[in-house]
Design a binder for this molecule. Structure first.
Ligand SMILES: [Zn+2]
Ligand SMILES: [Zn+2]
Length: 160
């Protein structure tokens, strides 16, 4: 087969948005987990987010460089909004309609975010890494919740 010139190989939007989410994760000031998210609809970006305490409050890496983020009972940063929450809140604050949109996120949603995603009628969630594997828990609880109630969810790069 003839080789296709590289400038003719176009990345698909799933790849473009997931790479952006992955880059956004690097902006997170949290120490343990760095997660990025992109909310998109019809190949256009509605909002972006990464995990961290609300703007104007804390920067975990600067304030707690040795001990790390203050932990909640589940071992997560107790100060941070999750990437999905930040993306959704920004959209809602600015009056964007996110119903039917697709959420790209570098870590599968936790159960708390899954409840918000479902409530906001986001239609599709594409995640990069497993939350269950990251947390060392048996079930992908956020993903299971979303699937049970009709939200399309799959792992980026997996065959559907
Ligand atoms: Zn933190
Ligand atoms: Zn979450």
């Amino acid at each position: 087969m003839d080789k296709v010139p590289s400038q003719l190989v176009k990345p698909d939007f799933d790849t473009i948005f997931m790479e952006l989410a992955d880059n956004l994760a690097k902006r997170s000031h949290c120490i343990k987990a760095q997660v990025g998210a992109v909310l998109a609809k019809d190949t256009r970006i509605i909002s972006i987010g990464y995990n961290g305490p609300p703007a104007g409050t804390h920067n975990c890496d600067e304030e707690f460089p040795e001990e790390g983020c203050p932990r909640d009972a589940k071992g997560s940063c107790s100060l941070a909004l999750h990437a999905e929450q930040n993306a959704i809140l920004y959209a809602v604050k600015n009056g964007s309609n996110i119903e039917g949109s697709t959420l790209y996120v570098t870590l599968a949603p936790c159960i708390a975010c899954a409840r918000v995603i479902y409530t906001m009628k986001i239609a599709r969630v594409i995640f990069l890494n497993s939350y269950a594997a990251y947390k060392g828990i048996a079930v992908e609880e956020g993903v299971e919740f979303l699937k049970r109630f009709g939200v399309e969810v799959f792992q980026y790069g997996s065959t559907r």
